[in-house]
Design a protein around this ligand. Structure first.
Ligand SMILES: CCCCCCCCCCC/C=C/C(=O)SCCNC(=O)CCNC(=O)[C@H](O)C(C)(C)COP(=O)(O)OP(=O)(O)OC[C@H]1O[C@@H](n2cnc3c(N)ncnc32)[C@H](O)[C@@H]1OP(=O)(O)O
Ligand SMILES: NC(=O)C1=CN([C@@H]2O[C@H](COP(=O)(O)OP(=O)(O)OC[C@H]3O[C@@H](n4cnc5c(N)ncnc54)[C@H](OP(=O)(O)O)[C@@H]3O)[C@@H](O)[C@H]2O)C=CC1
Length: 266
């Protein structure tokens, strides 16, 4: 049985969800699952081609239509356009999934300022800007749910990917600050920390020839790599009323990998 089948098909009726990076990988799967369970879903990414393909896939799988808009979350003007689009079409968003991210292997001493900036802007600034675009409406409605896709224990560092580690640690801090600040407005803010999930993004950007990461499950206690479905089940739980007293957590979904993480030498 698909783990997502445990979730009621009407679970997200009446909700409006924005999923950044929703045209591929984990974001696409979360967007599809929310659509299948009644939410109006808006997906964004930079590539129009990928967005169009995702719209078709979601329609074929769920029989429902998603909206999409090209948006580079690093660009303030793009985020403003996204906000305008969602406000005029849906009146606001009640769910934001900050999933868009950039990553590539670069030893710190060779990392250019622009490379650092590219990742921090996509991950940390993008999470801040997209959330801020929609939280005002959530506060007015006294109802909202923000889910940030992070990594496991970013505060411990991420050798070879120090830009990503720093950005994700910043997102974790935002998760906690926002959970505290907005809890009294009926808004929950949580994170999910995926273990290794072999998506296109990982294959293209993290498994470079000189990257220390290997595409195998040797170190995973549960004996396999993750799937977008594994992450989506956790997302559906955290976004649902079943998690109504949970805020400010970074839920690790990694098959137990971080009980004994492999040592990497960048
Ligand atoms: C299955 C086993 C897996 C094992 C892993 C397990 C560990 C789990 C933890 C994983 C944690 C996180 C994972 C992820 O985030 S996966 C998602 C990754 N997805 C993506 O990155 C998709 C989007 N990314 C991109 O499109 C590109 O990577 C990029 C961000 C580079 C594109 O942006 P842009 O077009 O704006 O960038 P530029 O090409 O202009 O480059 C900007 C600067 O960055 C430098 N750069 C780019 N690529 C590299 C590289 N590979 N190495 C070094 N430097 C790079 C580039 O040179 C520019 O800088 P300069 O102008 O100074 O040269
Ligand atoms: N897969 C894994 O092993 C792990 C993933 N994660 C996290 O999970 C999330 C999803 O990763 P995954 O599905 O693997 O990655 P993918 O690369 O498959 O998906 C990332 C998505 O983000 C979009 N994106 C990238 N940069 C931008 C930008 N500047 N503005 C808007 N959209 C952007 C991409 O679309 P486009 O190129 O069209 O813009 C793409 O749709 C990320 O936050 C990642 O850091 C965390 C730990 C492990």
């Amino acid at each position: 049985m698909d783990p997502e089948d445990f979730f009621n098909p009407k679970l997200f009726d009446g909700e409006v969800a924005v999923v950044t990076g929703g045209a591929s990988g984990i974001g696409l799967r979360i967007a599809r699952a929310l659509t299948a369970r009644g939410a109006e879903v808006m997906i964004t990414s930079r590539s129009i081609e990928r967005l169009e393909a995702a719209e078709l896939e979601i329609a074929a799988r769920t029989g429902r239509i998603v909206s999409s808009l090209p948006c580079d979350v690093r660009e303030a003007d793009d985020v403003d356009r996204l906000q305008d689009f969602v406000m005029s079409r849906f009146g606001g968003a009640s769910i934001v999934v900050n999933n868009a991210a950039a990553n590539f292997f670069t030893p710190a001493e060779r990392m250019t300022r622009r490379a650092f900036d590219t990742v921090v802007q996509a991950d940390l600034y993008g999470t801040f800007a997209v959330t801020q675009a929609f939280v005002g409406h959530m506060i007015e409605q006294r109802h909202g749910n923000i889910l940030n896709i992070t990594i496991v224990q970013p505060e411990r560092g991420f050798p070879g990917f120090s830009h990503s580690g720093a950005a994700k640690a910043g997102i974790l801090s935002l998760t906690c600050s926002w959970a505290f600040e907005w809890g009294r407005h009926g808004i929950r803010v949580n994170g999910i920390a995926p273990g290794p999930v072999p998506t296109r993004g990982v294959a293209e950007n993290m498994l470079a020839t000189d990257s220390p990461f290997a595409d195998d499950a040797r170190h995973v206690p549960l004996g396999r790599l993750g799937t977008p479905e594994d992450i989506t089940s956790a997302a559906l739980f955290l976004l649902s009323p079943a998690a109504s007293w949970i805020t400010g957590v970074n839920l690790v979904v990694d098959g137990g990998l971080f009980l004994n993480p492999p040592v990497t030498d960048s």
